[in-house]
Design a protein around this ligand. Structure first.
Ligand SMILES: *Cc1c(COP(=O)(O)O)cnc(C)c1O
Length: 418
């Protein structure tokens, strides 16, 4: 459930008309709902109040400072994948002690900074990284808390680009190497193994693979204990899907109930890294129709938003719902099955294909489920300034990122002849 609903013929974000936001901020723009964001975070956190837990927002999904601030105030930790994301957490007032650091290629300076500020845990993905982290920790005269990311080799049955837990993926440590890797970690004086983690993929619409991964991690925790290595937490990663179209992913509370039933008696802390399931449906991308055109029976609506703003349709063939900001009919509209395309010079530049819409030049359209992997993946391709981001809270709208200026796009460039 979210807070983007029609009142009469007009689409609202909470208590603000989306058309008013577009009028004030121009298009294209991203619009987020604070209440939706919090609702999705609490769907996890409130289901876990009776067991030790830490919900770390997978912030690569949406890393705007205001979004992080809202979640930090609600008690969230953060799953980061770079020192840049760590600095964002700090800039947003987040607690470094609630940060877990994921990623296959952490650099020395990133490890250093994370140790300095005292993060909760490094999610280590290889033996080589164990050695590098050990060396950095010893140089700083400290001990790094570590978890090993294990590839449980379960098939998440999602898009290959976002399947990450299979043997042969670049991520994690092979399941069969777990004991050896923990023994190695335990032997290094700069490391303290405290947890075990996995992240098997994204946009999962069935919890069975997640529960299978949990079973495998719990078995490993037991055999490590028998081997004298006692862990304190299991981190199941992120990955729960959202309804973009006809998908019916389980609600986070349903997922949590199943996880709790398995883990409650162990005393282990449960760590989670949900990104998409918290942010995706807390945002929309608003764009204006420039014109409609028909090429040999094929109808196009050319809008002012494009693949540089929202790349998921082009990159993954992702389907996101596209709805009118006003359903009131007016002259000059055409009703047809449209490809909704942007102005970028690529045939792959589309936001949606074969969408039945009634639309005319100047009409506003909203692309749903744009709060995750939307703005964060935007680029300046075709010298297009990145769109502004607006956070709605009740009847208030806050500009949480301004539209980029053209000059800023070449501010770091240097001509040779001047
Ligand atoms: C991307 C990612 C997440 C978040 O995934 P979602 O599918 O957005 O929930 C969590 N953990 C790791 C390690 C990731 O790479």
């Amino acid at each position: 459930m979210d807070y983007f609903n029609y009142r009469g013929s007009d689409l609202y974000a909470e208590d603000v008309a989306v058309s008013e936001i577009a009028k004030a901020m121009g298009t294209p723009c991203y619009v987020y709902s604070k209440a939706t964001l919090l609702r999705h975070f609490h769907a996890y956190a409130d289901a876990l109040t009776d067991i030790p837990h830490l919900v770390c927002f997978g912030m690569k999904a949406n890393s705007n400072l205001a979004i992080l601030e809202v979640l930090a105030e609600a008690g969230a930790g953060f799953d980061i994948v770079s020192v840049g994301e760590l600095e964002r957490v700090l800039a947003a007032g987040g607690d470094p002690a609630k940060v877990v650091f994921s990623g296959v290629g952490k650099q020395r300076h990133e490890m250093q900074r994370a140790l300095e500020v005292g993060i909760h845990c490094f999610n280590v993905e290889s033996l080589a990284e164990l050695d590098q982290l050990n060396a950095v920790a010893l140089d700083l005269g400290t001990v790094a808390p570590v978890s090993l990311r294990i590839n449980p080799d379960v098939d998440p049955k999602t898009h290959p680009y976002i399947s990450t837990g299979l043997n042969g993926s670049k991520f994690g440590i092979a399941h069969k190497d777990t004991l050896m890797a923990y023994r190695h970690a335990a032997s290094l004086p700069g490391l303290n193994p405290i947890g075990i983690d996995c992240h098997i993929g994204s946009q999962l619409t069935d919890i069975a693979p997640l529960l299978e991964a949990l079973d495998k991690l719990m078995e490993l925790v037991a055999s490590l204990k028998a081997d004298g290595i006692a862990l304190h937490h299991i981190d199941l990663g992120g990955g729960l899907g959202v309804p973009y179209q006809e998908e019916t992913p389980p609600h986070p509370s349903e997922y949590m109930a199943a996880v709790k039933a398995k883990i409650a008696d162990t005393g282990l802390t449960l760590v989670l890294e949900p990104g998409r399931s918290i942010a995706a449906n807390a945002g929309i991308f608003v764009t204006e129709a420039i014109l409609t055109k028909t090429n040999q029976d094929h109808h196009f609506v050319v809008v002012d938003g494009a693949m540089n703003d929202l790349i998921r349709p082009s990159l993954y063939g992702a389907w996101q719902n596209i709805i009118p900001v006003s359903t009131a009919p007016h002259d000059g509209q055409v009703e047809a099955s449209f490809d909704v395309v942007g102005p970028v010079c690529e045939s792959g530049d589309f936001l949606g294909k074969a969408r039945t819409l009634r639309v005319g030049a100047g009409d506003l359209l909203a692309v749903r489920s744009a709060g995750a992997y939307g703005f964060v993946m935007a680029s300046n391709y075709n010298t297009r300034p990145r769109a502004p981001e607006i956070l709605v809270d009740g009847d208030q709208m806050h500009v949480i990122r301004e539209r980029e200026t053209l000059e800023s796009l070449w501010a770091l460039e240097h001509r040779v002849n001047r």
